[in-house]
Design a protein around this ligand. Sequence first.
Ligand code: UDP
Ligand code: MG
Length: 231
Amino acid sequence: MPAVTSSTAASPSSSHATSSSAFDPKEVTVIFVLGGPGAGKGTQCARLVEKHGFVHLSAGDLLRAEQDREGSEFGEMIKTYIKEGQIVPMEVTIKLLENAMRAAMSSQAGEAKEASATTAIPARRFLIDGFPRQMDQAIKFDESVCPSKLVLFLVCPEETLLQRLLERGKTSGRADDNRESITKRFRTFVETSMPVVDYYRQQGKVVDIDSSKTIEEVTADIEKGIAPIMA
Ligand code: UDP
Ligand code: MG
């Protein structure tokens, strides 16, 4: 596995970790947020963070940060994959996510210590946005990092997605918000990422959300969808 270093550098496995996965599902709650490019994953995650204090980790954002990190051995590779709408080899993405999760966990442990809290630390809730989008990533993450409790699947017609992405492209500065890259991303979504949604659907974890509605309506539907695991 290639070594990924970042400001949130890898540390040895947590003492709380089970032998098979990095995080104990009792200590962390993971929700995957999936959906085509432009489905509104980032927008909705930001709203959930505000309301519920989730830790939001966008795989795409982590990859872009690693791409721009000085000295990264993966920068050029990530750049090419993103422009082509392809999935970066999973070792890189999973390590970035794991590092970010660990950083969030240790900052929480630090806060608890400072407050000299004696009560048990509540499970840290993570929204993992735009991941997993290929079967190998899904299997590897579930087995080596932590299985998810729920998958929010934001469903939206491609025509709407295209319009949103072209609009976003006017200001996003993203190298993949152009018609050519968008077409490739749609293809990857249908061919490579949909099987992941089907896989979790078989496990009964998927909540479908119609994300062609207004931002407020979508948030309301998501709230209903996550209610069972927020209790
Ligand atoms: N990407 C990847 N692996 C992932 C998530 C993202 O390789 O697990 C890459 C992929 O090239 C994708 C790009 O990052 O097209 C942008 O992903 P992002 O989630 O930012 O796009 P969105 O779906 O939010 O429009
Ligand atoms: Mg996004």
